[in-house]
Design a binder for this molecule. Sequence first.
Ligand code: DON
Length: 344
Amino acid sequence: MLRAGEAIQIPQDVEAAAMNDPVIAEIESLLRWQHEHYGDLREGEVADYIPELTKTPADLFGIAVTLHDGRTVAVGDASYPFTIQSISKVYTFPMLLDLIGREGIYSLVGVQPSSDPFNAITLDPRTNRPFNPMVNTGAIAVAGRLREVLGPNAFEAILDTFSRAAGRALDVDEKVFESERQEGHRNRAIGHLLRAAGVFHASVDEVLDLYFRQCSVLVTAEDLAMMGATLSNLGAHPVTRDPVFGLEAVRDTLSVMFGCGMYDGAGDWATRVGLPAKSGVGGGIMGVVNRQLGVGVFSPRLDEVGNSVRGKLCCIHLSENLGMHPFDATNAGSSFFSAISGRR
Ligand code: DON
């Protein structure tokens, strides 16, 4: 277990390789271009339904990419801490899948895109279960089962898993936690809906405390890139080699992110960007290129469906320029990425 203040060290050979590396240089020039060209954008609003979030300076902007071997490029406010919010759903889902297996998890939650907003108070009418684990109904169902399986120490286990995926000991923003706990009435309604439908049997208040806490974990854009790289690296942290998630869990998590991670914007995202990704109302977006890299962007102004405006533009730009869309007919990404793989 990582303790507060502990961070993994990037081995010197990785750091040295990164300094004279044409792949790193190319990614760095793309991230610098994004920072320069999108830096003046003022579209979108900071989320205000959790009052504490309005205190985040709206125009912060950080971008980071971590390759599957731990080499990292970061520009702007990439080490500024903000709350992970819904991106936490990407890590509680595989955690529970590893604990209870596919049969267990898919009797709890589906994998269907819902086309609903993230906080819709609704279940899939065909199954009376949440549509998928990326919307709030599904994530609260996952939190409920984690509480049942792990007992009162469930949050410590969640924080430990997130920290292992990031490679450093993460912490909680207690003010954001309290703020959402006070104002999270829609999520309380979801908790009672799930309890009434028999999706979980634990106390609604305890389950919601767990969910609000997981959303209040502090990360940076650099952490998100590293946490994405852990998923891209078959579930093992790129530097520590810690096997955080099993292979089935990674496969299913990336699939459900691809179909459902960007909520009612998911179809547009799949077409334009083509990467499994997840957004959070704290302003983060995390994306993954399987076996290659993780992307983390932080910019708190959100569009109408709750996705970071600049974050989305950065992911589109990166995907187009590195040929990362899996169905890109020019196949430009293959040669770029074989350059990555060929180097180490
Ligand atoms: O459930 C909520 O309202 C928040 N804690 C998380 C929502 C969120 O991040 C949605 N993502 N864009």
